[in-house]
Design a protein around this ligand. Structure first.
Ligand code: SF4
Length: 186
């Protein structure tokens, strides 16, 4: 087996869902990545915090995922979740770039970080890969899960502080643009 990148030995895949309707609009291929440092109380998936959970992401597994995505004409996009895909920015940038370029799918990504507070200004979360990583993502669902704001009626998010950002429009305009769910537009 070929390792995806020898520098990325801690980058693990938890699981994939080849067709799901709960991780964003339309029918999506979901990719769940291991590792999360937010440790939100009430997290639905605490086993995902461990970056060594799941299986090592190999070149063969990535190619298999790309083949599965490209073979399904019903897909509306690809979603990355976890864990927090931003846990390992370098590895995630390389993966999301590859998926975007080789499938041309619309990309949603979940993160426990908050765009303006953590990703667009100097912070522990921001690094040399952050801007390039963000440029590959169409929709960012941001913010930690907050148990006090939990609302099971909300589509595609667990608590009301989390936002479904039209990331391209937000970055281009410099002001927050939310996705108009059900509009067919992002
Ligand atoms: S960011 Fe998501 S995966 Fe990480 S602790 Fe919070 S709810 Fe769990």
């Amino acid at each position: 087996m070929t390792t995806f990148n020898s520098q990325l030995s801690t980058f693990n895949l938890l699981y994939t869902y080849p067709e799901t309707i709960v991780d964003g609009e339309g029918i999506r291929y979901s990719i769940y990545l291991a590792g999360c440092s937010h440790h939100c109380p009430g997290c639905h998936n605490p086993e995902s915090w461990n970056p060594c959970a799941g299986e090592e992401l190999t070149e063969e597994r990535i190619m298999e995922i790309i083949r599965e995505i490209n073979a399904n004409p019903l897909l509306d996009g690809v979603t990355f979740s976890g864990g927090d895909p931003f846990y390992n920015p370098e590895a995630f940038f390389l993966l999301v770039k590859r998926i975007k370029e080789e499938t041309h799918q619309n990309i949603w990504c979940y993160t426990g970080y908050t765009l303006e507070q953590d990703l667009l200004r100097d912070s522990r979360a921001r690094c040399g890969y952050t801007d390039r990583m963000l440029s590959m993502i169409d929709v960012l669902v941001d913010g930690r899960f907050m148990e006090a704001l939990k609302d099971i009626s909300l589509p595609f998010r667990g608590s009301s502080n989390q936002r479904i950002l039209n990331l391209r429009a937000t970055l281009e305009s410099g002001s927050v643009k939310l996705v108009e769910l059900g509009s067919g537009r992002i």
